[in-house]
Design a protein around this ligand. Structure first.
Ligand SMILES: [Zn+2]
Length: 452
């Protein structure tokens, strides 16, 4: 063997080795299993992070909502306090109003009493004037009579005349019979009349004085009553201003609590928005399976591979008596649910097998017990006619990517992996439309429970 030949042989071996390497590499990299696993694993990580973020925000939100509830009950207490203060103030106001009425009534009475007193003073002044006038008239009459007596009796009885001159009390004096005899009958009558009139006027003045005293007593009593009312009014106004300052204080507290509630509401809105955003992102991520189907799945109108055994009619995916615990397209709380949940009648769902609803090729098979969008262990079978079925929460997926399965073939064991509250089979049907879009459709349009 020449050197040349030897070299050529080594080259051939190397070329053959390289070709094998390329083949292995091409098998490894083109196989959907490898790219799917890497792609999906990354998406699942993102998905789990979003779920953690949502959970964190939800717990913050719960805390904030608890605080809001506490503060609202504080606010309610303060509102009640203000209500009771307001009713206290309105009671005080009506009492003050009533007092004001009483006071103005008394003030009216005092004013009219003052009028009466001043009228009385006028009357008294009038009577006093009349008394003065009568006195003057009597004085004149007395002088006139004295003049006459002086003329008639100048000669004798100077003692009587003396008496007349010195006596102030004419009526007493003239009452004496002996004197009466010395004056004419007319004069006597006049003196009598005047004396009577002065008596009457004096009596009238006494009466008026007595009435005036009574009026002044009445006025004094009204004024003391008014002073009492004024004092009560001052007390009520003090009480009212106490209540008003209390109200001001409570209103201040109320505003503080309201501000706290407003802040908490803002926080709550922010957490809700963050949750909503993460949920939307999560939704987009969970759509990545659709993206995968878009790339790898069959399209409506395609003819299934003959090896799939697709007979055109899907079967119920379990072979035991079963029922639906949650339906499509939402849970009872309104959150989305794109499949149906199937449980065994009488319990013991976990560990039972589930089966391919239709023949096809496995395009996704994940058995790592990770969260996987909440699906846990799951697989997707493409049926070659544009429909795909998804089976989730399995304890063990028994098929692998690229494997062709027949309708009714056992493909896994029902479990409780991923987002579950108990073991069940989550079953979805997806359709890849001619325009490339993927719809998650009502599974009951494709399968029906034979055990119903
Ligand atoms: Zn479900």
């Amino acid at each position: 063997m020449s050197l040349m030949t030897k070299r050529r042989k080594i080259f051939r071996l190397a070329a053959a080795f390289l070709a094998v390497c390329c083949l292995i590499a091409s098998v490894c990299f083109s196989a959907p299993q490898v790219s799917a696993d890497e792609e999906l694993e990354d998406l699942q990580k993102q998905y789990e992070e979003l779920e953690k973020e949502i959970e964190k925000n939800q717990s913050e939100l719960n805390e904030v909502q608890g605080d809001i509830k506490d503060n609202k009950s504080k606010l309610k207490t303060l509102n009640n306090e203000i209500d009771s203060i307001n009713s206290q103030i309105s009671i005080l106001n009506s009492r003050i109003d009533a007092l004001n009425n009483d006071i103005s009534e008394i003030e009216g009475k005092i004013a009219s009493t003052n009028d009466e007193i001043s009228e009385m003073n006028d009357n008294i002044a009038l009577v006093e004037k009349q008394i003065d006038e009568t006195h003057n008239y009597m004085e004149d009459t007395k002088n006139m009579l004295l003049g006459r007596i002086r003329e008639n009796y100048m000669a004798g009885e100077s003692s009587t005349v003396e008496m007349l001159f010195t006596s102030d009390d004419l009526s007493t004096y003239f009452a004496r019979e002996e004197l009466m005899m010395r004056v004419s009958e007319n004069d006597a009558a006049l003196i009598e009349e005047l004396s009577k009139k002065i008596d009457e006027l004096n009596q009238l003045e006494d009466k008026l004085d007595a009435q005036k005293v009574k009026l002044e007593e009445k006025k004094a009593s009204l004024e003391s009553e008014k002073a009492d009312l004024d004092a009560r009014k001052v007390d009520l106004k003090d009480s009212k201003s106490t209540e008003q300052s209390k109200k001001k204080q409570v209103t201040g507290k109320q505003q503080e609590v309201q501000e706290i509630i407003n802040d908490l509401d803002k926080d709550s809105d922010e957490y809700k928005a963050a949750i909503k955003k993460a949920q939307a992102e999560k939704e987009i991520l969970s759509r990545q399976i659709d993206e995968y189907i878009r790339e790898h799945g069959s399209t409506v109108g395609d003819t299934p591979d003959s090896s799939y055994g697709n007979d055109g009619k899907m079967a119920w995916p379990v072979k035991f008596e079963s029922y639906i615990t949650a339906g499509y397209p939402s849970y009872s709380d309104g959150s989305p649910h794109w499949g149906i949940d199937i449980c065994a009648v009488g319990g013991n769902t976990r560990g039972r097998p589930f089966n391919a609803a239709q023949g096809g090729e496995v395009i996704i098979a994940v058995n790592d017990s990770n969260w996987n969008y909440g699906f846990g262990n799951y697989c997707v079978i493409d049926h070659g006619d544009g429909t795909q079925t998804l089976y989730a929460h399995s304890d063990n997926i028994k098929v692998s990517v690229g494997q062709v399965v027949q309708k009714g073939q056992e493909i896994g064991i029902i479990g409780a992996t991923g987002n579950v509250t108990g073991p069940h089979l989550h079953f979805e049907v997806r359709v890849k439309n001619a325009d490339g879009s993927v719809s998650r459709v009502q599974p009951l349009n494709y399968v029906s429970n034979p055990y119903n």
